[in-house]
Design a protein around this ligand. Structure first.
Ligand code: NI
Length: 206
């Protein structure tokens, strides 16, 4: 590489806020990200995390992985404090996720239960599709202070985590989504925003 990681991050941070988001078709979204090995000065890492959080919140989204800002590094931020109805929250097991940083995260399914819900991605704007994901995952990684974590994440937060670890492996949610469920944001909001995708399953045939 002619461009060191530090230079790349400095270039990114010297640019506009929110940071520009890479859109599907950009190869950076299709490469496996390099592990983070502590090779950024802590001030620069913190500034990067702050910029990623701002970019995620202003999109708005509930997660952002470094490849989505053109950086092939195993780093993601998540935060989900959206106000939703109690019916939706219960059906989707969508509990609030406080802001957190995932460094070199890995996840693996816990148990065999699978949940199928609509989700979207800031790198695939305008659309949502149903993806089947493990209802619970074991999440391991490190936080921004270098503290390791190893925990079981359940429900909607497990979906967010798996979506972000997919990004770090060069995958997009569409790779494993049920393609017949694909819906524009407008159609999703008008028709399929119910607690479960059951009605969409019948009407769209997936
Ligand atoms: Ni995404």
């Amino acid at each position: 590489m002619t461009h060191s990681l530090v230079e790349h991050v400095e270039d990114l941070l010297g640019g506009p806020r929110p940071l520009p988001i890479a859109i599907a078709g950009d190869p950076v979204l299709r490469r496996r990200s390099a592990p983070y090995d502590g090779n950024l000065p802590s001030g620069l890492l913190n500034e990067l995390i702050i910029a990623m959080r701002l970019t995620m919140l202003s999109a708005p989204g509930v997660g952002l992985a470094a490849p989505q800002i053109g950086l092939g590094l195993q780093l993601a931020v998540i935060e989900d404090t959206a106000a939703i109805s109690s019916e939706l929250a219960a059906a989707r097991r969508r509990v609030p996720v406080p802001f957190r940083v995932l460094i070199n995260p890995s996840d693996e399914p816990v148990g065999t239960e699978v949940a199928a819900f609509y989700e979207g991605c800031l790198s695939v704007p305008g659309y949502q599709a149903v993806a089947e994901r493990a209802e619970a995952v074991r999440l391991r990684g490190w936080d921004a202070d270098g503290e390791p974590f190893d925990e079981v994440v359940v429900g909607w937060p497990a979906r967010i985590v798996a979506h972000e670890t997919d990004h770090l492996a060069g995958r997009l949610y569409l790779d494993s989504a049920l393609s017949r469920s694909l819906s524009s944001n407008e159609n999703y909001l008008a028709r399929w925003g119910g607690a479960t995708p059951k009605a969409a399953r019948v009407a769209l045939g997936f």
